[in-house]
Design a binder for this molecule. Structure first.
Ligand SMILES: O=C(O)CCC(=O)C(=O)O
Ligand SMILES: [Mn+2]
Length: 214
């Protein structure tokens, strides 16, 4: 079979919906991939990705990260958070196809991606910003969602009480977190206890060369 025709990634019109947060913006493309393509992408990644359960030291205790993960990218794109160092695995062809769409919609290039598999609604990501030094001063991040729709929350870092927003990350969507978002906002993917379905998220990033010596 001609693999290039397997996923028709460019079949949807590119209509972004902007949420302006002060001078930073989120742009959501809710139908970046159609339903059939999203399902095919989900199934392929669910099966093929070498998913790992990482663990972190938090408050002197070792705790499992509440989702499965895989760091993928160019060989030099070492990455870490909360004291964890991640060596990238080589690009998977399906992830490269998804990257092409993310780059087209965001008009940015990405050399790495963190894949998260949320097995059900009890898997989650706590409040954080993707502001590690290796991502540069003010990164743009493109976040691709496949599988179960989940709420995504933001809260301001520098105002009291913090301003909060919630949006839904839908199957087949790409959310572009623009400049200013990581510096001025935290985000999280809260637990949804009743949810039984899985979700895969890919956050495409551009890792800078500063960690070449790491
Ligand atoms: O799953 C999501 O939508 C967010 C994931 C995330 O924030 C991250 O991996 O840094
Ligand atoms: Mn994040």
């Amino acid at each position: 079979m001609d693999q290039s025709g397997l996923f028709d990634l460019n079949s949807q019109p590119d209509q972004g919906e902007t949420l302006q947060l002060g001078d930073a913006a989120l742009v959501d493309f809710p139908t970046a991939f159609d339903r059939e393509t999203s399902q095919a992408l989900f199934d392929r990644l669910y099966q093929d990705i070498p998913w790992r359960q990482e663990s972190l030291w938090i408050g002197g205790k070792r705790r499992e990260v509440p989702c499965l993960q895989c760091w993928m990218g160019d060989a030099a794109s070492l990455y870490g958070y909360s004291g964890m160092r991640l060596q990238p695995v080589a690009w998977h062809s399906t992830v490269l196809e998804i990257r092409r769409r993310a780059e087209e919609l965001s008009q940015c290039s990405f050399n790495s991606v963190l894949l998260n598999l949320y097995r059900d609604g009890l898997d989650s990501v706590a409040w954080h910003a993707d502001d590690e030094a290796e991502l540069g001063d003010d990164p743009v991040i493109a976040s691709v969602s496949l599988g179960a729709d989940r709420p995504f929350q933001l809260k301001s870092r520098h105002s009291q009480p913090p301003e909060k927003h919630q949006i839904w990350l839908k199957n087949g969507s790409i959310l572009v977190m623009g400049k200013g978002i990581q510096n001025r906002w935290l985000h999280q993917l809260p637990k949804v206890k009743s949810l039984k379905e899985a979700r895969i998220n890919l956050t495409f990033r551009q890792v800078q060369k500063l960690n070449a010596q790491a």
